[in-house]
Design a binder for this molecule. Structure first.
Ligand SMILES: NC(=O)c1ccc[n+]([C@@H]2O[C@H](COP(=O)([O-])OP(=O)(O)OC[C@H]3O[C@@H](n4cnc5c(N)ncnc54)[C@H](OP(=O)(O)O)[C@@H]3O)[C@@H](O)[C@H]2O)c1
Length: 205
């Protein structure tokens, strides 16, 4: 990720311990950017990022300190309660992390005039028809999809320049992999992971 003046960015990646976030950190680092890698419970390897921080994103004060201390020039917000079953079982936590934390991050990006990328899901659709366009109305059928759809709305309200990506199911081994033993990962073990990543996003830093 380079901005249009070719200066390396200083990118905050939430969920650097996640399946996708760890790959994003590695990619950004390989492209010569500074990376502030965030996790909560999982310790991060030293070579994954320029800076490694462990905190609970639900702690508003910690979030403020994070922005003040590191002054990121872009944010890729991948942290989530991304297990649909857990979202059903823990709706308050799902709302807090998936919606409220996303709103708070978007507000800080807007205040600091920095670009934000948010990873949403194709589960904002019910899947009945398929081949959806971005312009199709959302139609979630579970709480995870509902909360991600709500997160998209609050993010774009707070930070209209944010980029929202509705990702399909990801599989493969993460660098710090939570899903390494999950059935789907076991099924595809040995095959190349399919993780789509927008490699070059024109940021206005
Ligand atoms: N995986 C998929 O198939 C898929 C499909 C479509 C969209 N997405 C979206 O893509 C993004 C990444 O998904 P993923 O599967 O890579 O996630 P994941 O592997 O489940 O990782 C979740 C991450 O969120 C962090 N996290 C959770 N609660 C936190 C908190 N309170 N404070 C700070 N960090 C917290 C976890 O950190 P610790 O483990 O260190 O606590 C972990 O790094 C998510 O936004 C998800 O909704 C995923």
């Amino acid at each position: 990720m380079q901005n249009h003046t070719s200066r390396p960015a200083k990118v905050l990646v939430t969920s650097a311990s996640g399946l996708l976030g760890a790959r994003v950190c590695r990619e950004l680092l390989d492209q010569g950017n500074e990376v502030i890698a965030l996790s909560q419970q999982t310790p991060l390897r030293e070579d994954l990022a320029t800076y490694r921080v462990r905190l609970d994103l639900c702690d508003k004060d910690m979030l403020d300190s994070l922005f003040q201390q590191f002054r990121p020039t872009a944010v890729i917000h991948t942290a989530a309660l991304a297990d649909p079953q857990l979202c059903e079982e823990q709706p308050l936590l799902s709302r807090r992390l998936n919606v409220e934390v996303s709103r708070q991050i978007a507000q800080r990006c807007q205040i600091n005039q920095i670009p934000m990328v948010f990873t949403s899901t194709d589960l904002v659709y019910d899947g009945e028809r398929g081949n959806y366009l971005e312009s199709d109305p959302v139609s979630p059928i579970n709480r995870y999809g509902e909360h991600k759809a709500e997160a998209e709305r609050v993010i774009l309200d707070a930070c209209p320049t944010a980029a929202v990506f509705r990702l399909p199911l990801l599989y493969g081994g993460g660098l710090v992999c939570h899903l390494a033993n999950a059935p789907v990962a076991q099924t595809v073990r040995g095959r190349k992971a399919i993780i789509w990543l927008q490699r070059r996003i024109a940021f206005k830093c």
